[in-house]
Design a protein around this ligand. Structure first.
Ligand code: TXA
Ligand code: MG
Length: 325
């Protein structure tokens, strides 16, 4: 059922989203992290069209979304005990586990790796949707490959343009930053991507240090760790000291700060991520701020480095990739 007076691509009915997915269509779905571009995980044609719609390289695998931990055995095998404990604690929620895949999982999803990424998302509509269909949903973030992730329906439309599928309207995403991705190698727990759950929180729960993917010794697979990602079209510089980039009349600069409020003049603009210095609020606002700044035809975005703990590390990770050339 289409809403009146809104884009024809927005839908507000879980049943309609379920019908579209059953018939092999893609649907953009809300999650607590970012909007996902979802397809039936058992429909090979639909999975391939995710890669086409995003312009995503076929060697970058996708995350499978399941309705509860009870469905995990359909997706993964030889699940370590520590993975079961993490799932029990953090699902539904922004934690993705990399596990050995069941042979039934398409190589298109896993990009020919023998592992698969899986999580239970925590958004009421998407959980309702997962319960309405009898298949898991495969869903990367609903943006063009390497661009800024979407935390609102309008970001999906802007990023995917005429390729945008129907979007299940679920408001603004609560966390605004993708899930944290964890994998296992023998007794080691590996961090593949910093995200909405800080590394420290996971470490204090499991009681051991998590090894950064980039720093681990053994050779295990490395998809999706490319340097440039999450990028605005506008050039972005990340700095500890924003005063090193004073504005002038000849260029238009957009400043992105953590807590500090800058007084800028002329065509320069500034956005503060959290006036109260709350890292959760900063994470929630990050992508929307980048989308806003990217629309202003600025010469440069100067982003201030966040504190280097907790979610500050996850935000810095995204800003570093946005700044990579
Ligand atoms: O919060 C999220 O995780 C969002 C929402 C929609 O769930 N999804 C998301 O998906 O961020 P995507 O595709 O944008 O990022 C998934 C990441 C990629 O960096 C990919 O390389 C990695 O997960 N990944 C997927 N399968 C993997 C595997 N088998 N081994 C290592 N990394 C994997
Ligand atoms: Mg993504």
């Amino acid at each position: 059922m289409l809403q009146k007076n809104t884009s024809p691509k927005l839908i507000n009915s879980v049943q309609k989203a379920a019908e579209l997915l059953r018939s092999g269509e893609l649907v953009a779905i809300p999650t607590e992290t970012v909007y996902g571009l979802a397809a039936n995980a058992w429909n090979e044609k639909a999975i391939r069209s995710i890669y086409e719609t995003k312009g995503r390289p076929s060697n970058n695998p996708l995350i499978i979304h399941i309705k509860s931990q009870d469905s995990l055995n359909e997706i993964a095998r030889e699940i370590p005990e520590i993975a079961q404990r993490l799932a029990a604690k953090f699902w539904p929620g922004p934690l993705t586990l990399i596990l050995k895949k069941q042979p039934t999982i398409s190589d298109t999803i896993s990009a020919n790796y023998d592992t698969v990424a899986v999580r239970v998302p925590n958004h009421p509509l998407t959980l309702e949707l997962l319960n309405a269909v009898d298949f898991p949903l495969v869903a990367p973030s609903a943006n063009r490959s390497n661009h800024i992730s979407p935390t609102k329906p309008e970001h999906v439309m802007k990023s995917l343009g005429q390729n945008s599928p129907y979007i299940l309207e679920g408001g603004s995403c609560e966390h605004g930053l993708e899930s944290t991705i964890i994998g296992f190698n023998g007794d080691d727990v590996i961090l593949y991507r910093q995200g909405a759950i800080p590394q420290e929180v996971l470490e204090s729960f499991i009681g051991i240090k998590i090894i950064d993917f980039a720093k681990q010794k053994s050779q295990i697979n490395s998809p999706g760790t490319s340097e440039k990602h999450y990028s605005p079209k506008t050039k972005l510089i990340l700095t500890k000291n924003i005063d090193e980039f004073p504005f002038n009349d000849s260029s238009k600069i957009g400043y992105l700060t953590f807590q500090r409020q800058m007084s800028v003049s002329g065509k320069n603009v500034s956005i503060t991520l959290s006036e109260t210095g709350d890292l959760e609020e900063a994470a929630t606002n990050l992508y929307h701020a980048l989308h806003q700044l990217d629309e202003l035809n600025l010469d440069l975005i100067v982003a201030e480095k966040m504190p280097d703990y907790g979610l500050g590390n996850s935000i810095n990770d995204r800003l570093m990739r946005a700044a990579a050339i």
